[in-house]
Design a protein around this ligand. Structure first.
Ligand SMILES: NC(=O)C1=CN([C@@H]2O[C@H](COP(=O)(O)OP(=O)(O)OC[C@H]3O[C@@H](n4cnc5c(N)ncnc54)[C@H](OP(=O)(O)O)[C@@H]3O)[C@@H](O)[C@H]2O)C=CC1
Ligand SMILES: O=CCc1c[nH]c2ccccc12
Length: 287
């Protein structure tokens, strides 16, 4: 089955489903989980310097034996310390990942570079020009963070990776309108929050009902996690998820093959999601 991709504003395309190596794998060896993910069919791997496991992600990439061009590798810049530059930090990541370029390099947090976003973005543009990163973007950026560096940018960020799910719809409305206008693609992390970190909310019965309908239509088991991921994909948002369970890894990969949610189902998820606000990560985004 062909991999679903979305176009980016720099002429490249991005696989719509990514396997993450943060959260549950934070500071843990990611080799086994990533090996399962690649073997099952994930091509987009989401890493970060902050996750403390780029080395093991690199080990899994090498062990997979996959041609470099068949994989899409993301990593993220952490704080620059001890005279490090964006380029030297990325070179260190490339060494750990055992590749000579990443497909996507993100500034992980605006708060890591207080008052320095213009300078840091300029250096991000340089690593893209040198081919060390095919695309560059940001993560956890607010409108005010974009406004700080965009007037002097010569390359627009290709993506903003943020926590996004129905319980953040209301809080993210203006940001998404702003980034969409600029052609900046949204990547969602924490997309399963309504069922993993906020059970008992108003979406519970809605997701249960839609899951049942999809299951009948598809003629195979469907989970509520798949319903949430389908909702994101229909909004053309890249889904960054993860799992320690091979059966769930396969479930995620099957989401593009499931029947579409109807416009009425989408509307019900959204009107219900807007009734609750839950942010599981990066509380500074609400301040
Ligand atoms: N840019 C940033 O600042 C951030 C980026 N990320 C990236 O996004 C990736 C995914 O983030 P994450 O928030 O974990 O993604 P999700 O919201 O998709 O959650 C995935 C987690 O949910 C669990 N899960 C799935 N289904 C169920 C279920 N039915 N019941 C209970 N638990 C379930 C999985 O556990 P199990 O192993 O049991 O399947 C897994 O640990 C990270 O690895 C990282 O790469 C994450 C946070 C911040
Ligand atoms: O990339 C994820 C960064 C992050 C922000 N908050 C948390 C909490 C737990 C694990 C990772 C993260």
């Amino acid at each position: 089955m062909a991999t679903l991709t979305f176009p980016l504003n720099d002429g490249t395309s991005i696989p719509a489903l990514a396997f993450g190596t943060g959260t549950a794998l934070y500071n843990k060896d990611a080799r086994d989980a990533v090996t399962t993910a690649i073997t099952s069919g994930f091509v987009h791997l989401d890493g970060a310097q902050m996750y403390g496991n780029e080395d093991s992600l690199g080990d899994a990439i090498v062990a997979s034996g996959k041609p470099r061009e068949s994989l899409y590798i993301t990593t993220k810049l952490t704080e620059l310390k001890n005279g490090a530059t964006v380029k030297s930090a990325l070179q260190e990541s490339l060494r750990k990942l055992k590749v000579d370029y990443v497909n996507l390099f993100l500034i992980h947090m605006p708060t890591h570079h207080e008052g320095r976003l213009k300078e840091v973005w300029k250096q991000m543009e340089e690593v893209k020009k040198e081919g060390l990163a095919k695309s560059i973007g940001v993560s956890n950026f607010r409108i005010k963070d974009f406004e700080e560096f965009l007037p002097e940018a010569t390359i627009k960020p290709a993506v903003n990776q943020i926590e996004f799910h129905p319980y953040l719809l209301k809080a993210s409305e203006q940001l998404l309108e702003y980034t969409t206008k600029l052609g900046i693609r949204t990547e969602s992390y924490g997309g399963l929050t309504p069922i993993v970190r906020a059970r008992g909310g108003p979406l519970d019965p809605v997701l249960a009902k839609i899951r049942e309908r999809l299951e009948k239509t598809a003629g195979k088991p469907v989970s509520e996690g798949q319903v949430l991921s389908k909702w994101l994909l229909q909004k053309e948002i890249v889904v960054v998820t993860t799992s320690s369970k091979p059966e769930r890894v396969k479930e995620y990969l099957d989401v593009p093959n499931l029947p579409d949610l109807s416009p009425e189902e989408v509307a019900e998820i959204e009107s219900t999601g807007k009734k609750q606000h839950t942010r599981a990560f990066c509380q500074f985004l609400d301040k």
